[in-house]
Structure formats: C-alpha cells, structure tokens
Design a protein around this ligand. Structure first.
Ligand SMILES: Nc1ncnc2c1ncn2[C@@H]1O[C@H](COP(=O)(O)OP(=O)(O)OP(=O)(O)O)[C@@H](O)[C@H]1O
Length: 642
C-alpha cells in the first residue's frame, strides 16, 4: 500500500484529505501541521510521497520542507490556495511531482496523485537503470587497457551525461599523501575534450607557476560533497583562488566538489564546473555518493603519476583535443557544440535506450523533429517504423481516424478500413509534433494510449494492444495552456516524464558558424555551386541577428544566399532589419522610445565592450555594474547577449 504523509495546517482540510486518500486505497502515514513535525514523522516512517501545503504554521514553509525532501529523494506534491508570481517560480525550482490548487475536486486530487506515482515509478526505474549502467561502465574501466589519461577521459565522458559539466578538474594525491597536482578536462564537443595538466593550465590561464603552487598549497580541504550555485559560487571563488582562476578563464557559474574517501590512494576529489548557474542539486551528490568506491579506485598509483608528469612536460602550447570513441556517434546530423546544445545531446543519449515518453520543447525551427528522429535512431526500436504526425496540419474531423484508424462503414465516407498512425508505428516510435493543437477529446484518448498501451479504431470491436513509444513536441507554453484549460494536466504530467528543452538559436550563437558551414556544404552540393564560406562581416551580422525563425531561418538564409551568390563566397547578409531578439517581428518604427529591456541591453553591451567582454574579476563588467557575476550572466542570457 502506498504511504502518503499530509502536511497541512488547516485541520479540516487535512482530515478531508485523509478521508479521500484512505477511501482511494492509500495509507496515510500521518498529518503534520509544521515542517518540524513533518520531519519527525518522516524520520520514523519514510512515506512514499508527501502532500504538502506551502503556507504552514511556524517559521519554515512548505518550500523549505520541499528542499529537504529533494535532498532525501522523497517525492512530493504541492497543495495550495495561492500560487502567484515568485512563489510559483520558487516552488517549481524544487522539482515537485505535481501541483494541486485549493479548492480542489476529489477527482483532480486523485488524478494528480496517480500521475505523481506514475512519474515517480518511471523516474525511479529510469534512474536505477542509468545508475547500474554507469556503475558497470566505471567498474569495467579499471581493467580496461590504454594509458591513464585515456582512462580518466573515459571516466569524464561516462559521468558527463549524469553530472553535466563543462570542465572536470581532478585533484590528485602526491606520494606523501598530500595534494600534488590537478588534471582538467575541458569539454569542447560531444565526446571531445582538451586535457589540461599543470603546464597546460599555466599556459591557458596565464598565471605564474608560483601563484599556482601557492593556490595549490592553500587549496581548501573539502570534507563533504557540496554544490555551489549563484551566490554560493561567488563565495567559493572568493575563498578558493584555484576555483576562481578556473571560473574566470572559462566563465563558469556553478560547481560541485566531490571528495572521494580519505583512504583513497590516488584521487582526492572531483570538481565539476558549469557555465550555467543552478546546475547542481542534491540528486547529483546522491548519485556520486553511491559510486564513491568506484570513483576513488580507478587507477594504479605509480603508473598514473608518471603518466601525468610525462603528459605535462611534453605538451604543446594549447593541448590538442582528444576524442573518445563511444558507441554513440550518430545524432542524425544535429550540428551544435555550444554548451547548451551539448546538454541536449547528453539528454538524447540518456533517454534513447529507455522506453519512456519524451516531450521535446522549443521554439519553432529549433530542431525538435531532428531530436525526435535521433532518439528513435539511437533506440532499440531503430529497425521499426518512426511515424511522424503533425497534429496541427490534420483536418479536425479526420484527426481521430488518422491517429487511431477506422473500420469500413464506421462513418459516412469510411469506404475502406484504415490503419491509423499508432498501429503503423507498432513496435517503433510515433512522433506527435505540435501536441498542443490536439483537442481535449483527443487528449483523453491519447492519455489512454499512454496508460493502457491500447487503441480503439473508430467503429472497431474493441481495444487493440500496441507497443509504441511516444515522443511529443510543442512550441507552445503547455503550462499556460493547462492553466487556461486547453491542455489536460494528467496528460501533461504523463508526457513530462522526460522533457528536453532545445534552446533558441539566439541563446546559442556559438553554434552559428558550424551550422553555417554545415548548410553551405549541403546546399552548394545540392545546387552545384562551389561556395567556400561567408565574409567575416557577414558572419558578424549573422551573430548579431536574433533569428526569430531559429535554425530553419538560418538554413533558408544560406540556401537563398547560395542561389543568389555570384562569387565563391557569400558577401551579403539580407537579414530582416527589425527582427527583435524575442523571436517576434517588431512592428514599431526605429524612432520609437526604447523599452527598459532594450536600454538595459544597450547598457550591458557598452560596459562589456569597455571590459573587452570580461565578466568576472577586478575591472570586469560585473564589478563595474556592482552585480554578482552570476546575476550578470543570467541577465545577459535573458537579453540574448553573447
Ligand atoms: N542542430 C541542427 N543541426 C542541423 N540542422 C538542424 C538543426 N536544428 C534544426 N535543423 C534543421 O532546421 C530545420 C528545422 O528543424 P525541425 O523541423 O527539426 O524544427 P522544429 O523545431 O521541429 O520546427 P517546428 O516547431 O516548426 O516543427 C530542418 O531542416 C532541420 O534539419
């Protein structure tokens, strides 16, 4: 029997909830009125799920408890009368398994709980499977061949998908058991890294050897795994000059430091750094803690030390990228090496072999269909069909028959039996693009497919079992659609088991050169016009343009330019002048008064120009503006500033 703890300070509501839950077959572990009493009940009998009001008696509120629940890996669903503004944002950041708004209907409460348990089960299974695979891969490394650097690279790459990082710094023990040196792995492609031993580190960061030695001597001891986001990250940089040097060099915004066991012969700790703020959570720490023995014992001391030293002494000025050959090398032609796109590729790699549904989110033209195709191609269903359905382009009166099929004579005009898209996809995958366009009726039917794995043809004699993986996509804000009653909450949460959010092109301008090259190669071949590239000033304009139509617009731009080009390079960028960085056309004239956002953007760009683009450190843009670097970074991201 599933155990639910109710945390609610209104006694009438709490008892009403208890009655409903018991009636529906749940066991109620207790009713707590405050965070303190909730914690003591949790310690005595660990519930499977906590139903949690946000406003509670005492100093701590439901969100404080939620943070502790996340740390202890206990699922929870919020229950509240009021979810406005920042409270909702704060609540969402704690990763709840659902929300219930008071006053609630019994049916909605039970559906939300049902969905929460479904998601919990799915995430537990998926998590367990991923963890087992990771643990096995790491154990296999101990006996694998190759030199130690290659082995450590593999460790980095295996961890990558589970603990996202742009830079992994390993602090290595010396022969006397003290700190000896660092070895860093900077991610530069899906499976490509630059390896930085001490010498390379000195060259790239430009710091003096003595400074590195003193930073190493003063390196704080880390006894317990800890993650640093936002202000905590700034504090870490203030206290630890090695971390600061790394953060300043590569513009990192968050970190996770993970010490392995004290008796470990080789590695002292793993330090993960990320360009995105708020990357790390207790879930990452918990995963690493379960792998602690394997992570500490990957090398053989004497062999290792000599190899790192040799590598350091023989290196070039800039370390050459090293590529790891992994089984995953086919992302269906997805081009992109920006950190945010690499994290999309990591998620594809994680979810492909599992059987879970995937929800791909992103603006129009960001590559959602490409991602869906890639997931199918990397799954065990790859030799079975992938059926693509655009829900927006199906005529309203035919959608049901298109999706589920019909029997001959089931309605006027049904002259033959039709096999629907779901049946066509049997054994394989169905990609439902523009899912937000489905009517509520069809959403209910889709929900049934997800729950029961069966469909019913129109006019059919009964349900037909099918085995289809669903990948859905939308460019709509589904949460808003739900609030406004156009999208069903239960379907949303069932699809939301594994969301992949593709960033807009203006949020990853680093990818523009590679995408440009990719499309030039493709279209110059297609039109038989040998074009070598674009002029630097054209590329400059392309980097400044907000690309409201994303990659599709960039692709069309290159195709058009190649068709019109008279020479061997693209010399002109005919880009819509008044496109805004919000992805929507700007209808105002140039003389209009600028918005606060635009003024803020201009101000930041000007300061950045003055500091030669440097954000952190003395004289950096953050210091001049009096802002923590992390805050400046998130403002820049929001405003689409590179
Ligand atoms: N990362 C990428 N690398 C290479 N090509 C890409 C990439 N992303 C998108 N494209 C190309 O851009 C075009 C649009 O991509 P796609 O149709 O997958 O976008 P979408 O998000 O599904 O669009 P919509 O929301 O309009 O359905 C396609 O021609 C696709 O091949």
């Amino acid at each position: 029997m599933k155990k639910v703890l109710i945390v609610e300070d209104e006694s009438l509501v709490a008892h009403h909830l208890k009655l409903i839950l018991v009636g529906a077959g749940y066991r109620v572990s207790g009713i707590a009125e405050s965070v303190i009493s909730a914690l003591s009940i949790i310690e005595e009998q660990r519930p499977d799920l906590v139903l949690l009001d946000i406003h509670l008696k005492g100093e701590l509120n439901g969100i404080d408890l939620a943070r502790k629940l996340t740390e202890s890996n206990i699922a929870f669903v919020y229950l509240t009368a009021n979810f406005q503004g920042t409270l909702l944002e704060e609540a969402k950041s704690t990763m709840p398994f659902g929300f219930i708004v008071k006053p609630f209907r019994e049916a909605d409460l039970l559906t939300t709980l049902d969905v929460a348990f479904y998601r919990l089960q799915n995430s537990l299974e998926a998590g367990r499977q991923q963890e087992m695979e990771l643990s096995q891969k790491l154990k296999d490394l101990k006996n694998s061949g190759g030199n130690v650097i290659q082995r450590l690279l593999k460790v980095a790459h295996h961890l990558q998908a589970h603990i996202p990082f742009d830079y992994l710094n390993l602090i290595i023990r010396g022969s006397e058991g003290t700190y000896r040196s660092c070895i860093g792995f900077l991610r530069i492609g899906f499976d490509e890294y630059q390896v930085l031993g001490n010498q390379e580190f000195l060259k790239i960061t430009g710091i003096a050897t003595e400074k590195l030695i003193s930073a190493s001597e003063l390196l704080p001891i880390v006894k317990k795994a800890k993650f640093f986001n936002a202000d905590d990250f700034d504090q870490l940089c203030n206290q630890n000059s090695l971390s600061r040097t790394i953060a300043d060099t590569y513009d990192f915004e968050s970190a996770l430091l993970f010490p392995v066991l004290p008796g470990n012969p080789e590695i002292i700790r793993y330090e993960f750094y990320n360009r995105k703020g708020n990357t790390y959570s207790q879930l990452h720490v918990t995963l690493l803690s379960r792998l602690i023995n394997t992570l500490g014992n990957l090398l053989e001391t004497d062999k290792y030390i000599s190899t790192v030293d040799e590598l350091s002494q023989s290196s070039n000025d800039i370390p050459l990228p090293v590529r790891i050959k992994d089984r995953i090398d086919d992302f269906d032609g997805i081009v992109g090496q920006s950190s945010s796109m690499l994290s999309v590729l990591d998620q594809i790699a994680i979810v492909s072999p599992l059987n879970t549904s995937v929800l791909v989110l992103g603006e129009s033209g960001t590559g959602k269909e490409r991602v869906a195709k890639s997931i199918h191609a990397l799954s065990t269903r790859k030799n079975k069909p992938l059926i693509v359905v655009n829900c927006a382009s199906l005529p309203a009166n035919l959608v049901e028959s298109e999706l589920f099929g019909h029997e001959k004579g089931s309605y006027t005009g049904a002259t033959d039996r039709r096999i629907g898209k779901f049946e066509q996809a049997n054994g394989g995958t169905i990609f439902l693009d523009e899912i937000g366009e489905l009517t509520i009726d069809l959403q209910v039917k889709l929900l049934r497919v997800l729950q029961e794995q069966e469909i019913e043809r129109i006019g059919g004699k009964g349900p037909i079992k099918i085995d289809v993986r669903i990948i859905a996509a939308t460019n709509r804000d589904l949460e808003l659609e739900m609030e406004e009653g156009r999208f069903r909450l239960d379907l949303y949460y069932r699809l939301y088991v594994f969301p992949i959010e593709i960033p807009s092109l203006r949020e990853r301008t680093d990818d523009i050169p590679a995408l440009t090259e990719h499309f030039i190669t493709y279209y110059s071949k297609k039109y038989n016009k040998p074009i070598a590239g674009v002029l630097p000033e054209v590329l400059e304009q392309m980097l400044d343009y907000p690309w409201p139509g994303n990659v599709r617009e960039l692709e069309h731009f290159i195709e058009r330019s190649i068709l019109m080009s008279k020479g061997p390079v693209i010399t002109e960028a005919k880009l819509q002048k008044n496109a805004t960085n919000k992805g929507k056309p700007n209808h105002y004239s140039d003389e209009r008064t600028k918005t606060i956002e635009e003024n803020e953007r201009d101000y930041i760009v000007n300061v950045l120009k003055k500091c030669n683009g440097r954000i952190r450190g003395p004289g950096g843009a953050a210091e001049i503006m009096g802002l923590p670097p992390t805050t400046l970074h998130s403002k820049m991201k929001k405003l689409g500033i590179r």
